[in-house]
Design a protein. Structure first.
Length: 480
């Protein structure tokens, strides 16, 4: 008997293939597949990986830019009970090597762009048999690799004879190693499914929607916003540009009739800075929902987004790889609570703001943000002490500092690790950055703490001005 009764993505894809066999299920700029085709290719891949000796519970790595193959691979792993280890393509070779070895991967799926990179450290990967390197891209298949397409063509199209429990692990996501080596975040099928259900419940996903995944497919954002749509029989489109091209994005939205995408503020700014003749050239009427994630957006940016995407609701989200989506600032709240990350996502518990003594802080006082969501991760891979350190009972913290206002909205202040302590006073770089960034001459600003003999640390700001603008140092200091 299974522990969790939730139906996994592999089974849901099977049912979509039965109920809507000819409906478009997924695609990218070069290839489109129906639910039936997607399901069959994923079954074949799952069976091929199993035949290679990768059994339920084993890990395998994936390294590629955005492409449709990611959706086939995630579905195949869900069907066979395998654990994906998506590799961030921006990592250096030694970091990739660490992740693959730390996860104990039994196979490595590599797209053509990254074969030279993988070959540079391949002889240091101790857990992968030499015959378990798989390649996709242009022919010929490089020496030492098996062809992805040949594996699929030669494998059985039948559903794998594996019972996958919702409590089984699906993804092992490695997060940034800025404070040490990357940490492996263990996420089960149920963790992700809870996120899908809450996504659909909060934003109202429709069967005729189409999500465009712009963020890297190795990033948790794309996992959160991909199969959410599959569960609702909606289409998933993987945007496979290596570097961000604003006009190409607009062209793709028009062509594919995209209804939702998640972007960071920089993406929106790049779109809005396009010449008027470019922006007027494309029809954005299909877009009905937009998400701002990873960083807050200024009021003028929000207004410009809503003016250009006239049919679209604007949402802002706060979350993490570990916790999933924690808060949402909903469309009707965008200007009512500017600067806020919103309130708890529907379906989650009350956020706790805890002071340095672990006591709940009163409204208006900055403390560490702890959330309790049904989609919180299971644990850090091979690191029980780290896992224990980020929980207070059932509540998890990603190390972010915030406060709750009298209306129950949360304002993110900074990362706890970024806090500058000067003369015993806590100073959050983001607060200083917001003050300096409000000056019309300032284009970019970054604030850091530097050692100081008397105060312990002092505040240092690095500022870039808009072209043609001038400002005196004293004028900026006086702002603070």
């Amino acid at each position: 008997m299974t522990i969790s009764k939730w139906i996994t993505a592999g089974t849901v894809l099977k049912m979509m293939a039965k109920q809507y066999p000819d409906k478009a299920g997924a695609g990218d700029k070069f290839r489109k597949i129906t639910f039936k085709e997607w399901n069959e290719r994923s079954c074949r891949l799952a069976n091929a990986l199993t035949k290679m000796g990768i059994k339920k519970g084993d890990r395998f790595a994936i390294l590629a830019y955005n492409c449709l193959e990611w959706m086939e691979i995630y579905a195949a792993s869900a069907k066979a009970g395998l654990i994906t280890v998506p590799i961030m393509f921006r990592l250096a070779g030694p970091e990739m090597e660490y992740v693959v070895n730390h996860a104990g991967c039994k196979a490595f799926l590599v797209s053509k762009d990254f074969v030279p990179m993988v070959n540079s450290f391949r002889n240091k990967l101790s857990s992968i048999p030499p015959e378990n390197y798989v390649y996709w891209g242009e022919d010929p298949t490089p020496e030492g690799y098996r062809s992805y397409e040949k594996l699929i063509a030669e494998a059985s199209p039948e559903e794998p004879d594996v019972m996958v429990d919702g409590d089984d692990v699906w993804n092992l996501m490695y997060t940034s190693g800025t404070t040490g080596k990357p940490k492996g975040v263990v996420r089960t099928h149920e963790n992700n499914l809870a996120q899908y259900v809450l996504n659909a419940m909060n934003t109202g996903i429709r069967p005729d929607d189409c999500v465009m995944l712009v963020m890297p497919m190795c990033h948790i954002n794309s996992i959160y916003y991909s199969f959410t749509y599959t569960y609702c029989s909606a289409r998933v489109f993987v945007y496979n540009m290596v570097s961000f091209d604003p006009e190409d994005l607009l062209r793709t939205i028009q062509k594919e009739k995209i209804t939702f995408t998640s972007l960071v503020p920089t993406h929106y700014i790049m779109i809005l800075s396009q010449p008027e003749e470019i922006k007027k050239k494309y029809d954005m009427s299909s877009m009905r929902q937009l998400l701002i994630s990873s960083a807050p957006a200024r009021k003028d940016t929000k207004m410009a987004i809503m003016d250009y995407f006239k049919n679209a609701e604007l949402w802002e989200a706060y979350g993490s790889t570990e916790a999933g989506l924690v808060t949402l600032l909903r469309p009707e709240e965008q200007f009512k609570k500017l600067g806020s990350i919103g309130r708890e996502i529907w379906g989650s518990d009350r956020i706790k703001i805890l002071d340095e003594n672990g006591k709940e802080a009163p409204d208006g006082q900055v403390g560490e943000l702890y959330s309790r969501t049904p989609h919180v991760f299971k644990e850090y891979w091979k690191d029980p002490e780290k896992t224990k350190s980020v929980f207070q009972g059932e509540w998890f913290s990603a190390g972010d500092m915030a406060y709750r206002d009298p209306d129950g909205y949360y304002v993110l202040v900074d990362r706890k690790a970024n806090m500058i302590i000067s003369g015993g006073e806590n100073i959050f770089p983001s607060e200083v950055e917001n003050l300096l960034g409000s000056h019309p001459a300032v284009k970019y600003v970054a604030v850091i703490g530097i050692p100081h003999e008397k105060w312990g640390e002092s505040v240092k700001a690095i500022v870039t001005l808009h072209e043609g603008k001038k400002v005196m140092e004293k004028e900026l200091i006086d702002l603070c």
